[in-house]
Design a protein around this ligand. Structure first.
Ligand code: SF4
Length: 506
């Protein structure tokens, strides 16, 4: 029987991934190079493994997936071997290094084939009620090979297909059972791609087209930068709760499955995850980050002190602090200085599993440029503080390089609660703002964080300023990690259960 206690103990990859798909109306043309381009442009969303599923002429789906970066996995040899005019791809990020997750079974696309049905699935997200659904499918005799949401979704679809005719009906029924945050692509043996976004629209998903005199393509991508890079045109986003049918034989067709009063696009896409050149739900990521910087500079008491300003420079934590720092410097009328050198061959610390890895990576990754920061009041712009250890180390590095003061400005409001919607956040007790808010109270916790990280001053974005920079309403965004108000029913059940069995996360 399903138990929330077991659910909380589960150790499975929590994905923050990229999906990409292409159809082409010319059956003599292979889209594998386009899949490569779309996936490599979204490498930032997942670096553990990559994979593609392509429909071969004759109706067979072939899948190739491997641990590694897109450029390593999808080399020229693979691209020329995997040949077809319709396909999907996936970059995976998983938060655990457990041995079993190294298996190709845990990589995507998830190619499902049995006597009943065959399809391939590229899934970005999480299904908090997955254990409940898995249990009921197991009770019906279904056997699972992995412990992932993706297989639960695949088995659910296969099970529904037994009594339901036609992909749109199968997928509509499946979507209604899934209370989660996801964007998914499904490739059928008939040569169709179905693109589905959950009813609250937590994860981005958009559609584009690429037309030439000789052939036409539909493209579907987590981020619009994937459409740009193949030379396509962004048509629109997949709406929350919508299923879009892309086919090389017909015009695009779509159906709304569930229409919610509210949506819940993850605010972190704007603050940190998405590439600055992407547009999500009509909002430019670069423009939003610029505005977040402008907001931070407005009413910053530091800027009222002419003596401070005389020696002040605005320094971003590369890369995601850049647009914010540009906005801040522009508003503050201060020089923008690239005072931290980043080693591009070390991955971002936030998405490296394991605290030890993260701490070691800070030193390897960033080095202050002494000649720029020495004798300066540094205003350091970063996107977020999660555990606080990385920020503390960066401040030390800048101070050791001779800065007069290090003043931290953060474009995201304090992160106080874990995410249950597929993003790898630590528990409340590991989140510096969550822990300090509990310890020191609303009035004092920011000052205590400042002392802990060793900054001369610390200011965060307010929630209202974040919402206004994105240009959406509060009821269009998920801000659960900032407010503790979770928009999914299944998550609220888990949160209540956790409160009752452990004080660690609360
Ligand atoms: S809780 Fe935070 S990280 Fe998770 S989906 Fe909501 S906004 Fe995004």
């Amino acid at each position: 029987m399903f138990s929330y206690k077991n659910h909380l103990r589960r150790d499975k990859p929590r994905e923050h991934c990229a999906v990409f798909g292409v159809t082409c109306d010319d059956e003599s043309y292979s889209i594998s190079k386009l899949l490569y381009l779309g996936l490599i442009s979204q490498q930032h969303r997942g670096q553990e493994s990559t994979g593609i599923s392509i429909l071969k002429t004759g109706g067979n789906i072939v899948t190739y997936k491997k641990k590694g970066l897109v450029s390593e996995v999808l080399n020229q040899k693979v691209l020329s071997k995997f040949w077809g005019n319709i396909g999907i791809g996936h970059n995976r990020y998983a938060t655990t290094g457990a041995q079993e997750f190294e298996s190709p079974d845990y990589m995507q696309p998830f190619h499902f084939k049995n006597n009943e049905i065959e399809f391939s699935l590229a899934f970005n997200g999480t299904i908090p009620n997955y254990a409940e659904i898995k249990q009921s499918l197991e009770d019906m005799g279904r056997v699972f090979v992995t412990n992932t949401d993706t297989e639960v979704v695949a088995q659910l679809i296969a099970s529904i297909s037994l009594g339901t005719k036609g992909w749109p009906e199968i997928l509509k029924t499946a979507s209604k059972s899934l209370d989660g945050s996801y964007s998914l692509l499904l490739l059928t043996t008939e040569g169709d791609i179905y693109a589905i976004r959950d009813p609250l629209g937590f994860k981005p998903l958009c559609i584009g087209e690429l037309r030439s005199e000789t052939r036409n393509h539909y493209i579907v991508s987590s981020e619009s930068c994937g459409i740009d890079v193949v030379g396509g045109r962004l048509i629109r986003d997949v709406e929350p709760g919508e299923i879009v049918h892309l086919s090389h034989r017909k015009e695009m067709h779509s159906e709304m499955v569930v229409k919610s009063d509210r949506t819940a696009l993850c605010q972190f896409e704007f603050v940190y995850f998405a590439r600055p050149d992407s547009i999500i739900d009509g909002v430019s990521i670069a423009q939003t980050r610029l505005q977040l910087g402008i907001n931070l500079a407005r009413n910053d008491p530091l800027l009222k002190d002419p003596k401070f300003k005389e020696n002040a420079i605005v320094v971003p934590v590369p890369d995601s602090g850049r647009s914010v720092a540009v906005g801040y410097a522009q508003e503050a009328k201060l020089p923008y200085v690239e005072g931290l050198m980043k080693n591009r061959y070390v991955w971002r610390t936030f998405i490296m599993p394991g605290q030890k890895n993260r701490e070691a990576a800070v030193k390897e990754k960033l080095n202050p440029i002494k000649i720029f920061v020495k004798g300066k009041n540094v205003i350091l712009l970063d996107d977020s503080i999660v555990r606080g250890t990385t920020t503390e180390k960066i401040i030390n590095l800048i101070r050791e390089a001779g800065a007069i003061s290090v003043n931290v400005r953060i474009s995201c409001p304090p992160v106080i609660r874990p995410c249950y919607m597929g993003i790898d956040f630590p528990t409340t007790s590991e989140l510096i703002a969550g822990r300090f808010k509990n310890l020191y109270g609303e009035e004092n916790y920011i000052e205590e964080i400042r002392k802990k990280i060793g900054a001369d001053s610390l200011r965060y974005q307010t929630i209202d300023d974040l919402v206004s920079a994105i240009g959406k309403n509060k009821n269009q965004l998920c801000m659960a990690c900032l407010t503790g108000e979770y928009p999914l029913k299944s998550v609220n059940k888990i949160v209540e259960m956790e409160k009752s069995i452990s004080s660690d996360r609360y």
